[in-house]
Design a protein around this ligand. Structure first.
Ligand code: SF4
Ligand code: SF4
Length: 91
C-alpha cells in the first residue's frame, strides 16, 4: 500500500509536487471522497531509486500525517521502511 496520508492532512499542498511518480492527488480528486490528499498505492514506489526517504513525508509539515502502508507482493517498497501505520518521519 505504499505510504498513506491520514486524516490529519491540512490540505497544504506541499507534498504533491514532490512526488516523482505523480502518485498523489488533492482533496478534490480523492477517490474516497474524504477532504484530504490521497496517495494511489498502485503508483507510489516509496521513492525507491528517487530519494533516500519518501519525499512527500519530508515535505509534509504535519507531524505524523504520512504513514507506512502494507508492502504487498509486486509492490516497490523501501528496504528500511517502518511498520504499517507508523509515521514515515518520526520526530
Ligand atoms: S513516497 Fe514517494 S512515490 Fe510515494 S507518494 Fe510519497 S513522494 Fe510519491
Ligand atoms: S504535505 Fe501533508 S498536510 Fe500537506 S497536503 Fe500533503 S499530506 Fe496533507
Amino acid at each position: 500500500m505504499a505510504v498513506t496520508i491520514t486524516d490529519t492532512c491540512i490540505n497544504c499542498g506541499a507534498c504533491i509536487d514532490e512526488c516523482p511518480v505523480e502518485a498523489i492527488v488533492d482533496d478534490e480528486d480523492n477517490p474516497t471522497g474524504e477532504e484530504i490528499y490521497y496517495v494511489y498505492s498502485d503508483k507510489c514506489v516509496e521513492c525507491v531509486s528517487y530519494h533516500d526517504t519518501p519525499a512527500c513525508a519530508e515535505a509534509c509539515p504535519t507531524e505524523g500525517c504520512i504513514v507506512w502502508g502494507a508492502c504487498d507482493d509486486g509492490m516497490t517498497c523501501s528496504t528500511d521502511r517502518g511498520t504499517q501505520g507508523e509515521p514515515v518521519i518520526e520526530d
